[in-house]
Design a protein around this ligand. Structure first.
Ligand code: GRF
Length: 206
């Protein structure tokens, strides 16, 4: 997993594994921030950690190459980003085609990028939520795997809305990873199907 901060999604994923809701293992946590709480959570769970700072590399491509090598060294099958504050480019993504996933605190494609909850409040939407998606070279723009809807309440501020969205993040991220672990996912263009049946049903809608 790649995380820059608090690591609550990492924790939710490790908890889901511990409780048997997710078949898998967190093989490594990489952070670009020495103070990331995610690193501490990983250490407590006895998961290997690596601090990798971009300043130690000559270019973004070199940094990404090192990140990819590190993930491969630990035999990562899937790379899950959770609050990783960098846009990954082709150098990294090329090593893990359709194997890099992210969680974002809005109903994409609405409100990509930073401060998604604040963007939602400013826009006046009545519902927001979160999205687990595959990562492509854009900002929060890859094919959508799972989403959860969260109502925006009249007295919500960024903090209260973020908190309620986070509860749903912790629920859907492990579920999305479990679907990947079960090999159930078919990705065709922007569409992600969980079964052949769904593919033929939804495919015929268009
Ligand atoms: C989450 O809100 C996630 O959606 C966003 O960054 C935050 C990370 O939180 N991409 P945490 O570090 O997992 O607690």
């Amino acid at each position: 997993m790649l995380a820059s901060g608090r690591g609550s999604n990492l924790q939710a994923i490790m908890d889901a594994i511990g409780e048997g809701r997710l078949n898998g293992r967190v093989v490594l946590v990489i952070s670009d921030n020495p103070h990331a709480r995610a690193l501490e959570r990983a250490r407590i769970a006895k998961v290997p950690t690596r601090l990798m700072l971009p300043s130690g590399y000559q270019s973004k491509a070199d940094y990404e190459k090192a990140l990819a090598q590190c993930c491969q060294e630990y035999k990562a099958q899937v790379v899950a980003l959770a609050g990783f504050m960098r846009i990954l480019g082709p150098t990294f993504l090329g090593h893990f085609p359709q194997r890099v996933v992210n969680i974002h605190p809005s109903l994409l494609p609405a409100f990509p990028g930073l401060h998604a909850q604040e963007q939602a409040l400013r826009h006046g939407v009545r519902f927001s939520g979160c999205t687990v998606h595959f990562v492509d070279e854009g900002v929060d723009s890859g094919p959508i795997i799972l989403q959860a809807v969260v109502p925006v309440l009249a007295d919500d501020d960024e903090e209260t809305l973020s908190e309620r969205i986070l509860v749903q993040e912790h629920r859907i991220y492990p579920r999305a990873l479990q679907l990947i672990a079960e090999g159930r996912m078919l990705v065709e263009g922007r569409r992600v199907y969980f079964t052949e049946m769904e593919r033929s049903e939804r495919g015929s809608e268009t």
